[in-house]
Design a protein around this ligand. Structure first.
Ligand code: ADP
Ligand code: MG
Length: 354
């Protein structure tokens, strides 16, 4: 395995009393599409800006490509940043915008023009080099910003909520295009978003950030199916997270008691210890016949909402008043006030100790 392209060692950033990043450690492997995911104010932009050299950390060290670049200026790093507002030059044509970084680097005109043509093709803007920026749609401007970034062939492309200003349809299309682009050029991407669906659509690795700390890091599937904290479980998609108490410990498993009755889950607790368990709405089933499921709980329907691909049901467990969310197929009609039994595979529960 090659050395990671980015290593953050105990990086801290404070603004007066505000701790924007709290002793953060992170390694990024070369060639990956990494997504920094977290709510507004969690420190995503601060981290990206430290990687790009626009912010100097208060403490800690940053290595890019094995070199300590902690206080190196942006222009001296192998990085390029695409900002949310694109920051295109409004008075320049598309091709001039894209070629700007190359002219700054004194690349001869002919070489520059060839590189610009090639990159116009890469981002799907063939023939639009002569247009003014104001003659482009939002999605096209986004592509120009991307073209301008990749034409200088950075080792690390940094993107701060680059799709935030686009409407849903174009955003989804651009997500697909970004993934294809990244696969083609194989540059390491670090992309910031607060949108968990976007993160799942594009990431090889998701870094879940909350209050300046990394809550979870891993492939989207793992973070979604086996989140490592309550925050991660609740931020990455919808989840039922309920308190539980350990009643017995057997090997690497614990029998816990919760609103879902007694279930044996992966993970270790002391007997009597309190924690939480989580399960995704789609992992709760109305029929007991499916494979390894166990009867968990009886609930009463509060509301059912048609969502196209499924029907989202909100229900309550009467004895405790706990609210439980689950899904049924769109054909399955459920009415308000109806009582149902919910089942699940106990292996789908995740034990959360923090
Ligand atoms: P995000 O991008 O996740 O929304 P930021 O990295 O922008 O979060 O901000 C993290 C925290 O640091 C916030 O509390 C924010 O108010 C604070 N912060 C960021 N930049 C500055 C700054 N230049 N001066 C003071 N506080 C800042
Ligand atoms: Mg931000």
């Amino acid at each position: 395995m090659t050395a990671p392209i980015v290593v953050c060692k105990n990086i801290k950033k404070t603004y007066g009393k505000v701790i924007a990043l709290d002793t953060l450690n992170l390694e990024i492997e070369e060639g990956q599409f990494v997504v920094l995911l977290g709510p507004s104010g969690s420190g995503k932009t601060t981290l990206l800006s430290i990687l790009g050299g626009f912010t100097i950390p208060s403490e800690g060290t940053l290595f890019i490509g094995g070199r300590d670049v902690t206080s190196l200026r942006p222009a001296h790093r192998p990085t390029v940043t695409v900002f949310q507002n694109y920051a295109l030059f409004p008075h320049m044509r598309v091709s001039e915008n894209i070629g700007f970084g190359l002219s700054m680097r004194k690349v001869p005109r002919k070489v520059r023009e060839e590189a610009v043509e090639k990159v116009l093709e890469t981002v799907g803007l063939i023939g639009l080099g002569g247009r003014g920026v104001h003659e482009l749609s939002g999605g096209q401007r986004q592509r120009v910003a991307l073209a301008r970034a990749i034409v200088v062939e950075p080792s690390l492309l940094l993107l701060d909520e680059p799709l935030g200003a686009l409407d849903l349809k174009v955003r989804q299309q651009m997500q697909d295009e970004l993934v294809l682009l990244q696969r083609r050029i194989q540059t390491t991407f670090v992309h910031v978003t607060h949108d968990q669906e976007e993160a799942m659509n594009i990431a090889d690795v998701v870094v879940v950030i909350n209050k300046g700390k990394i809550e979870d890091i891993g492939p989207p599937e793992r973070v979604y199916l086996r989140p490592s904290s309550r925050f991660s479980a609740s931020f990455m998609g919808e989840s039922n997270i309920v308190p539980c108490k350990s009643v017995a410990v057997e090997g690497g498993r614990t029998k816990v008691s919760s609103v879902f009755g007694e279930t044996v889950v992966h993970g270790k607790l002391e007997v009597g210890q309190n924690a939480h368990i989580s399960i995704r709405p789609e992992q709760l089933k109305v029929e007991s016949s499916v494979g390894l499921t166990q009867h968990l709980v009886d609930v009463q329907i509060d509301a059912s909402i048609f969502q196209g691909a499924y029907r989202r049901c909100l229900a309550v467990e009467k004895a405790s008043g706990s609210e439980i969310s689950f899904r049924v197929t769109p054909e399955h009609l459920v009415s308000e006030g109806e009582s149902l039994s919910l089942h699940a595979n106990p292996d789908d529960f995740v034990l959360l100790t923090h």
